[in-house]
Structure formats: C-alpha cells, structure tokens
Design a protein around this ligand. Structure first.
Ligand code: ADP
Ligand code: MG
Length: 383
C-alpha cells in the first residue's frame, strides 16, 4: 500500500487526517553476519520496501494501533500501562517503541497509528525493524524529541529486545534509520559509528538480487541464542570482552587455544566475517565492485560450515546462482531460511533467476521470490 492508501486508511479508521506520514525501509545485509552482537562490523543496505505509518498525537494517553496487513481490529493500549512481553502480537513492535521512549525519559503521550508495509515478513529482510523505526521517527518528529538517527535505532532495538522479547543486535534498526540512497552502510557495532559507502551497482552494469526462499526463519527457536552464547564463551576463553577484539592476523593462534570444536567454529566465522567486511570495503573503495563476489561466496561457506545456520534452499540458491554465472552469493540475515543475496552482471539477471527458479522446482521447493536490492533511502517523513 502506498502513502495515499495509508493516509486514507487512517482517516477511515480514526475519523480525521493524520498529522503526518513516515516511512522506514527493510534491509539486506551485504556482508558481516552474526558479527553485530560481537561488537564487530556489518554492511547493510536499505531496500525500496518500506513500512509506512500515518500518525497523530493524542492527549489522553491512549495508544491506538492498526496494521492494514493484519486482519484484525484496532489494538488499544494505554501508554502508562505498557508491560514488556505482554503478548500483544504484532502490536508489540510499535507499542514497544513507545515503551522504550518513555523508559528513556522522553515525554511521549498517546498516538493513533495506522501502518502498512511492503517489507516481506519473516524473510530475513527486517520487517520488524522497519515497523519499529517508522514508529520511532514519527513520534520523535511529532513530540519534538530531537533524537539522532543512531539514538532512534538503539531505542528501537531496546523495544525489540526488552518489550517484544527478541534478542537481536542493533544492525537492523540502524540500517532502517541511517541508510542513504545509493550507499551501503558500514557500521561499527562497538561505537555505532557509521560510514556511507557508495554502492552504485547500476552504473557498473551490476545488480544485487535478493532471493527470498519463502522458508520462514524463526529466530526464537533457540539456535540464535545458542550461537550467541557460543560466541560469548569463545570471547571468555580468549580473554577478550568481545570477539571483535580478536585480530584476523591472530585467528589461527586464537583457534589453537580453544578446545571446544563448536566454539572454535563460531570464533572462526565471526573473526573471518569481520575481516570480509574489511575486504569488501577496501574493494569498493578501490572501485573493484566485481571482486566482492567471491568474498560473498566465502562468507556463505563460513555461515554454512562454521556457524551452521544455512538450509537446503539457501545452499541451493548460492550454488545454482554461482554455477549460472553469478559473481558471488551468500545467505543473509539470521539464517535457517529467509533470503540470499546474489551479485550478478545486469545482462545475466534473467538467466541466473531462471536457473534458481528451475533448481527450486526440480528440488520440489516452493518457488522463491526474486527482486533487485536497489540501495535505497533510510527512514524519512513523507508528508
Ligand atoms: P523479519 O524482521 O525478518 O521480517 P521478524 O520475525 O523479526 O521477521 O518480524 C516479523 C513480525 O513483525 C511479524 O510476525 C509481525 O508481528 C511484525 N510485522 C512485520 N510487518 C508487519 C505489518 N506490516 N503489520 C503488522 N505486523 C508486522
Ligand atoms: Mg526482525
């Protein structure tokens, strides 16, 4: 649904025009996976797909929430009675943002919110962060809070961690809040410093495809927490606060000090993926965009073999795309389903897409959704 549709939906629901309309995008991560909570590096870009929210303030402390994408009534809550993990379903994402803002001492009262999103849910493209960030930006604007984008991202992350109850890192919200058109975002997850890295694929005759395998990932099943705990154990055994502090040049020596085979694999993934972010940055800075392809494919092997978070559909996407002439490919996001990114020559988009569709059909998998990841703008006010 577009901006006009969301505005009209708001008026129909709440009987007046909204004070404004805001948008926040989903994202794909180009490189740097499971590195964010290790205080390492990531490199996401915003998608053209966005969550759009029409919002007005209310003076009575009531929070009314509605999504055009959910078949259900308006959810009505009171801002001074929001309880973390109270199982409010999808409404927990925007309600959690109100809660996090108020917990941080910001004077946020009630609001009417109507939203709609074109970010596929559960596809590893961060529909949840888009929802949180669009809510945070709208309330920041309307209540005149003056928060910076990184501050909004942190509060949105707090909403997801502590209110919804999902232990995600800060990458998704930062990408949605801070990305800019035509760029990938180099984010240092330790100090949250960011750098916009030009990522103009079209002028190079390239495209980055997203292949949504349609396999729903579920981070809540314990695998994410298990990897996270394993990384923390690795850091503890190596005597560093986070795996970010293990230099790539010292990786072999560090691995030799770890007795647990599983922890060793996790450490190898995280330290090598931080290094792959560095390599991608250096290649992009040198204008050698095609050369990042093999780095992406190396990253996939690491996620598959060391972190062990891939699945048959993601592996098939990567192997098929590369065999059909892609420059490189990797799964992206939390794993166990969701999406892959594939770097291709623009002239090869059709043949690579066809090869992937045919391989899925031959394997008896649900047909994937394939679309270009055009590096798009971060969260913004539309009207
Ligand atoms: P991802 O962020 O990878 O898409 P998550 O499981 O983190 O997957 O978030 C998906 C959840 O976010 C959905 O189950 C739903 O609760 C909420 N959500 C996302 N988009 C919408 C929407 N348009 N309307 C209502 N809820 C949504
Ligand atoms: Mg999410």
């Amino acid at each position: 649904m577009d901006q006009v549709g969301v505005r009209e939906g708001f008026e129909e629901l709440y009987g007046a025009a909204p004070e404004g309309v805001w948008a926040a995008p989903g994202r794909v991560n180009l490189i740097g996976e499971y590195t964010d909570f290790n205080e390492g590096f990531v490199m996401p870009l915003a998608l053209p797909h966005t969550a759009v929210a029409a919002v007005s303030r209310r003076s009575d402390g009531v929070l009314r929430l509605h999504s055009a994408d959910i078949d259900g009534p308006v959810v009505e809550l009171r801002v001074d009675e929001l309880v973390p993990r109270s199982d409010t379903g999808w409404a927990a994402y925007p309600a959690g943002v109100v809660w996090a803002l108020r917990e941080a001492g910001h004077d946020v009262g009630g609001a009417d919110i109507h939203l709609a999103s074109t970010v596929p849910t559960g596809a590893g493209l961060s529909s949840s962060a888009a929802l949180e960030v669009v809510t945070a930006l709208a309330l920041d604007d309307l209540y005149g809070l003056g928060l910076t984008r990184p501050e909004l991202a942190l509060l949105a992350q707090r909403a997801e961690n502590d209110f919804v109850g999902v232990p995600c890192g800060v990458m998704d919200q930062t990408a949605s809040a801070c990305c800019t058109e035509g760029h990938a975002l180099h984010l240092d997850c330790r100090d949250l410093s960011i750098r916009q890295v030009p990522f103009d694929l079209a002028s190079q005759g390239l495209e980055l495809l997203v292949v949504d395998t349609r396999v729903k990932h579920a981070l809540g099943d314990g695998a994410y927490a298990e990897r996270r705990a394993g990384c923390e154990e690795g850091a503890r055994q190596l005597g560093v606060s986070h795996l970010r502090d293990v230099a790539y040049e010292e990786l072999d020596a560090a691995l030799a000090r770890l007795s647990d085979e599983r922890v060793r694999r996790y450490v190898r993934h995280v330290v090598s993926d931080d290094h792959r972010v560095d390599r991608v940055i250096a290649l992009l800075d040198a204008g050698d965009v095609r050369a990042i392809g093999p780095v992406l494919t190396d990253g996939h092997a690491s996620l598959r073999d060391d972190l062990r978070i891939s699945c048959a559909e993601l592996d098939l996407t990567v192997s098929t795309a590369n065999a059909a002439g892609a420059l490189g490919a990797r799964m992206t996001g939390g794993g166990f389903g969701g999406s892959a990114v594939v770097l291709v020559e623009s002239t090869d988009v059709d043949s690579v897409t066809k090869a992937v569709m045919e391989a899925f059909a031959a394997a008896g998998f649900t047909a994937p959704r394939v679309f270009p990841a055009v590096p798009s703008a971060g969260a913004r006010r539309l009207s």
